[in-house]
Design a protein around this ligand. Structure first.
Ligand code: ADE
Length: 465
C-alpha cells in the first residue's frame, strides 16, 4: 500500500512514520510513505505558497496552483485504473473511524492532502479532493498529524503489517466492542491479583470471560458503540420472546433484508431493505415514541406491533387511516400436502406476459410496475385451467406472502387453497418461515389461511403509510 502525502512539512511525516511497526512495514515493502513538498511546485520566485484571503479575514491561505501541481505530480491516472482517492485532512470532513480505516486499507494507493495556515483555496479542494476527513472535533495547526494518525490506523489493517495476523482484527473497536482487560507478570502486583480464570488454562472459559468483560466495558464506557454491537443477535433475542407476533421482523433479519436501526431493552426498530418498510415493536408508548423519532417519516411505511405505537404514529403525523392485520405463520418445517382439486389445475411461475392480467384482477392497490417486478423476481405463481389464468399468488417485496386472488369464474373450486399451499411449499423450500399479513376484515382469506395450516399470532400488526 502506497501513501503519498502532500505537505509543507515532509520531514515531519517521514520522521514520524519511520519507527517501530510502521518502520518495519516500510522495510519489508508492505507500505511506502512518499512525502511530497508542496513548496517544490510553486511558480513564485520567492517560493511563496500562501496569500491573503479575498474578502479579508485572519491569516493566510495556501494557494491553488502549487497544491494542484503537487497533486498532478503524484496522481498520474494509470491507463484503465480508477483515479487515486485524495483525502483532505480537515475538521470539516467525515469523522475517521476504524471502519473507515478498514475500508481505506483495501486501496492500493492513497493521497493525503495536508493544509496549513488558515486553509486552502476552495477551488483546488473542489478540483482534486475525493474524501474530506477529520480525526475529531478539535482544530489542529495543520493536517500532518491527522494524516499520520490515519496512516498508522490504515497500515495496521494491511495484511502482514502486524506480526500476529489476528490482532488487527480482534482488538478494540472490532465488532463495536472495546477490548477486554489484559494482564501480564507478576501475578500479584501492589496486592492486586490477576483474575483466576486467566491462569486456569481453560481457553473456552477464558474466551467467554473476555467477551463478557468486553461487553460490560463497552456498555459502561461507550454506550454509543454498544448500541451497534451484534445488532442482529440482540434484536433476535428480543424478538424471539414473542416469536409469532414478531415473525415478520425475525424473517426480515434472518433473510438478511433488514437494517437494524435500534435494539433497546424496551423495543426494536428495523427497516426492510427491499420494501423500505419500518417495523417497530415496543414495550411501552414512550419506548415506541423514542424508536419513532429515529425514523425519517417522508414517504415512510410503518408496520407496528402494538396498538399504542399505532396511536403514536397516527397522532404524530395527523393520520387517520391504517390497516389492521392478523399475522399468520406456517409453524412447521414439513410442507403441507397439496390439495387435490376435482379438475386438472396446473400451477406454474408467472412470466411477464401476465403482468397486465394480474394487475387488472388484483383487488389491492399495487401498480403494474410492482407486479412486473415481483414476476421478474420469480415471486409470483399462477393457477391455470385449460391454459387459462384462474388465479395467482405471490410474495411481497417486504417478505410476506399475499397477492392471492382467484378470478371470478373459478372461485369456490379449491384453487385458492392450492395457490396458498404451493406458496407455503415454495417459501419453505427457500428456507423461509412462511408468513402473511391478512386484513382482519378479509374473512375469506383468514379461513383459507387456517385451512392451509397457518397459525394466528395473538395480537394484530398495523400498517400505516
Ligand atoms: N486539520 C486541523 N484540524 C483537523 C482535524 N481535527 N482533523 C483533520 N484535519 C485537521
Amino acid at each position: 500500500m502506497q501513501f503519498h502525502i502532500l505537505t509543507l512539512f515532509p520531514e515531519m511525516v517521514e520522521n514520524g512514520l519511520q519507527t517501530s511497526i510502521l518502520g518495519r512495514a516500510i522495510q519489508k515493502g508492505l507500505i511506502g510513505i512518499h512525502a511530497v513538498n508542496i513548496r517544490d511546485y510553486t511558480q513564485d520566485k520567492h517560493n511563496k505558497v500562501d496569500d491573503y484571503p479575498y474578502g479579508g479575514g485572519a491569516g493566510m491561505l495556501m494557494q491553488a496552483q502549487p497544491v494542484y501541481d503537487a497533486w498532478k505530480a503524484v496522481a498520474k491516472p494509470a491507463e484503465g485504473k480508477k483515479p487515486v482517492r485524495v483525502l483532505f485532512m480537515s475538521p470539516q470532513g467525515k469523522t475517521f473511524s476504524q471502519e473507515m480505516a478498514k475500508e481505506l486499507a483495501q486501496e492500493e494507493e492513497l493521497i493525503f492532502l495536508c493544509g496549513h495556515y488558515e486553509g486552502i483555496d476552495e477551488r483546488v479542494i473542489e478540483e482534486i479532493v475525493t474524501d474530506p476527513v477529520s480525526i475529531g472535533d478539535y482544530v489542529l495547526t495543520g493536517g500532518e498529524l491527522p494524516a499520520m494518525v490515519m496512516i498508522d490506523a490504515i497500515s495496521r489493517m494491511v495484511p502482514g503489517v502486524l506480526k500476529n495476523e489476528d490482532s488487527g482484527v480482534t482488538e478494540s473497536f472490532q465488532e463495536n466492542l472495546l477490548e477486554y482487560p489484559q494482564y501480564t507478570r507478576p501475578e500479584v502486583w501492589e496486592g492486586k491479583k490477576v483474575p483466576d480464570i486467566l491462569l486456569s488454562g481453560d481457553h473456552a472459559r477464558i474466551d467467554k470471560w473476555r467477551l463478557e468483560k468486553s461487553k460490560e466495558r463497552t456498555k459502561a464506557r461507550r454506550p454509543d458503540l454498544y448500541e451497534k454491537y451484534d445488532l442482529s443477535g440482540r434484536a433476535l433475542e428480543y424478538l424471539l420472546k414473542n416469536k409469532m407476533l414478531h415473525m415478520d421482523m425475525i424473517e426480515d433479519i434472518r433473510r438478511g433484508k433488514a437494517d437494524i436501526l435500534a435494539v433497546r431493552e424496551d423495543g426494536v426498530l428495523t427497516k426492510d431493505r427491499s420494501g423500505g418498510v419500518y417495523r417497530i415493536t415496543a414495550k411501552t408508548k414512550d419506548a415506541g415514541e423514542r424508536l419513532l423519532s429515529l425514523t425519517d417519516p417522508t414517504g415512510a411505511v410503518y408496520v407496528c406491533h402494538q396498538k399504542f405505537v399505532l396511536t403514536s404514529i397516527l397522532e404524530r403525523f395527523g393520520l387517520k387511516n391504517f390497516n389492521e392485520c392478523y399475522q399468520v405463520i406456517y409453524p412447521k418445517k414439513k410442507a403441507p400436502d397439496l390439495p387435490e382439486p376435482d379438475e386438472a389445475v396446473e400451477i406454474r411461475e408467472l412470466d411477464e406476459t401476465y403482468a397486465a392480467n394480474v394487475e387488472a384482477h388484483y383487488h389491492l392497490y399495487h401498480d403494474e410496475a410492482y407486479i412486473r417486478e415481483r414476476i421478474a423476481s420469480r415471486q409470483m405463481i399462477g393457477a391455470f385451467l385449460d391454459g387459462e389464468l384462474a388465479g395467482f399468488a405471490g410474495v411481497h417485496n417486504d417478505g410476506g406472502m399475499g397477492m392471492l386472488e382467484v378470478l371470478e369464474p373459478f372461485r369456490k373450486r379449491g384453487i385458492g387453497s392450492l395457490l396458498e399451499v404451493e406458496m407455503i411449499r415454495r417459501e419453505l423450500a427457500a428456507g423461509h418461515v412462511p408468513y402473511a399479513h391478512v386484513f382482519v376484515e378479509n374473512e375469506i382469506s383468514a379461513a383459507l389461511q387456517k385451512k392451509s395450516g397457518m397459525r394466528f399470532a395473538s395480537g394484530s400488526v398495523f400498517w400505516v403509510s
